[in-house]
Design a protein around this ligand. Structure first.
Ligand code: ADP
Ligand code: MG
Length: 198
């Protein structure tokens, strides 16, 4: 079974929020939180029901990721690390949330370099699927963003866009995904898109 990894070497781009809400639809067998700041584990402690695994041991992580029978979901921390690189190298689908600020988007250049290095290590052309997150409702065109992504070797943009929504942090305060309404519909569609590409 595949490994889905949510990664971006910049913090605060929505990795953990997107993870919490995608997990609700994807129902993975095994969830790993690689963030040293324990983002997903901390939210889950606020009332969530997820069984979340954590390790700092590279051998342990590899053995989890190589379990062929399970759908594995990994939320990584917003930094570069050996553990994050191992997860990237073992992934079947890499999801990279990014904000719409230029500062967020320019940091994708750094992450593209990490992706290039890991691709070399595993001798595979890894691709990160970039997800625009926290997008203002009035935004219509993503041409500038597409131009940036078009110049990056290891990134493609997903057609899905997650809007800025107060419902997301509100639900996260209870360790929960948003389970109804337009935001839940966005994540249900995203989960289907990911499953299609696995
Ligand atoms: N689509 C969104 N709408 C509103 N707030 C969001 C959205 N995505 C993330 N956030 C908020 O942004 C902050 C950072 O998100 P988080 O998921 O912790 O990022 P990361 O895991 O990449 O560090 C959190 O306070 C979260 O609630
Ligand atoms: Mg996080």
């Amino acid at each position: 079974m595949p490994v889905i990894c949510v990664a971006n070497s910049k913090g605060g781009t929505g990795k953990t929020t997107v993870s919490l809400n995608l997990i609700h639809h994807l129902e993975p067998d095994f969830i790993i939180d690689l963030d040293i700041h324990k983002g997903l584990s901390d939210l889950n402690r606020l009332g969530g029901q997820l069984d979340i695994h954590r390790t700092r041991d590279t051998g342990q992580l590899l053995s989890w990721l190589q379990n062929e029978e399970k759908l594995i979901f990994v939320d990584t921390g917003g930094f570069d690390s050996t553990l994050n690189r191992i997860a990237l190298g073992q992934s079947d689908f890499i999801l990279t949330p990014t904000g719409e600020d230029p500062s967020d988007q320019l940091r994708l250049l750094d992450f593209d370099e990490t992706m290039a290095a890991v691709s070399d290590e595993v001798n595979e052309n890894l691709v990160a699927h970039v997800l625009l997150n926290r997008v203002h409702h009035s935004r219509r065109s993503f041409d500038d963003f597409d131009e940036l992504i078009g110049g990056l070797k290891h990134m493609v943009r997903l057609p899905n866009v997650i809007p800025q929504s107060a419902a997301l942090p509100k639900a996260a305060f209870n360790g929960s995904a948003v389970k109804s309404g337009t935001i839940a519909a966005h994540f249900s569609k995203l989960a289907k898109e990911i499953k299609k590409k696995l």
